[in-house]
Design a protein around this ligand. Sequence first.
Ligand code: FAD
Length: 376
Amino acid sequence: MKVAIIGAGLVGSLAALNFARMGNEVHLYEYREDIRTAELVQGRSINLALSQRGRKALAAVGLEQQVLATAIPMQGRMLHDVRGRTSVVLYDPCTKQCLYSVGRKQLNEVLLNACEKLPNISCHFNHKLTSADIREGVMQFKRAEEHITASADLIVGCDGAFSKVRQHMVKAAGFNYSQQYIEHGYVELCIPAKSGEFQMPPNYLHIWPRDTFMMIALPNQDKSFTVTLFMPFKNFAAIKTPEQLLEFFNKFYADAVPLIGEERLVQDFFKLKPQYLLSVKCQPYHFSDKALILGDAAHAMVPYYGQGMNAGMEDVTLLTSLLNKPLKLQEVLEQFSEMRWQDAHTICDLALYNYVEMRDLTKRWSFRCRKWLDTL
Ligand code: FAD
């Protein structure tokens, strides 16, 4: 079977590997240039928390250990209160399971390198899908000024939250779709390494919960932390000058200011506009035996549960298990949609709820821990 995968991000490249390992002819089309040679773009979650779902999917294609070799284990949350005091909430004190901080670029590179090793995968970078006839399996791409037509037996949309493939499926009868932008956005900042070392304990997901907003930080391989400030857009808009920014940070995140550095804080904060966060629910995920959507294309979610990529990778695990059964392709895709949509909708809801948990409840938990520690 000739399979066209649209989007060579984390889910698309993993899906390509799985289809190819089953002997299909795979064409992987990506809008951007090859991420392995591209410069890192600020503002798009440089690192991610990899959990059991993602690890299982990577293990299935023999890449788990390679990814974990450069990942940083995070055994729990380290909570920073407004006075700079910290407390720890372990994820799993009994079996010591943890999350891993992985670089988006590094992970994508590992997957693309594995794709390139398989002779039945062809990678087409700088190819933007502009339209598709999903009934006929015909696709139009734009590469620079050139227009390219290609065809496939199955089109798999792994093209993210604003999926072009999904746009074509929306027109089909029986396709349910909803999207929700939340009123909070985010900016990415950085706590750089100091004298070649981490400036905070590295094996934690750091959280500064502050009721209606919060900041988090995940460790990077180069001993820096990627810091993400989540806040209502109206609060971002109220910070117009470096002085206002420093006043805000000194009030709410005073312990982080010397770690980020005032100059860098001002520079990074004002470099990019706050990014929007989107939650997408749809159902079914397939059209006949001709098209399918996976990952954010099927169920983009707000990032507060750290499960967007992990859930997308789990899509691939489920799909592969169904493709290995003696079923017709149409049956596989029907079963995939049926088995997946409720879980995906639920995790989208949990992700929205976890924002309240992280910015608010963890704060109470932190104070409870503090009270408890004070009694010792
Ligand atoms: P994407 O990563 O969006 O990849 C889609 C690809 O398709 C891109 O390469 C794009 O260039 C390409 N594309 C788009 N349109 C076209 C087109 N027309 N033609 C060709 N190619 C196209 N998830 C976690 O599991 N853990 C975390 O800790 C985590 N943290 C996050 C933090 C933030 C701030 C954000 C915003 C998200 C976070 N996520 C996290 C979610 C995670 O980033 C996504 O779920 C994941 O990237 C989805 O992968 P994907 O391959 O489905 O989509």
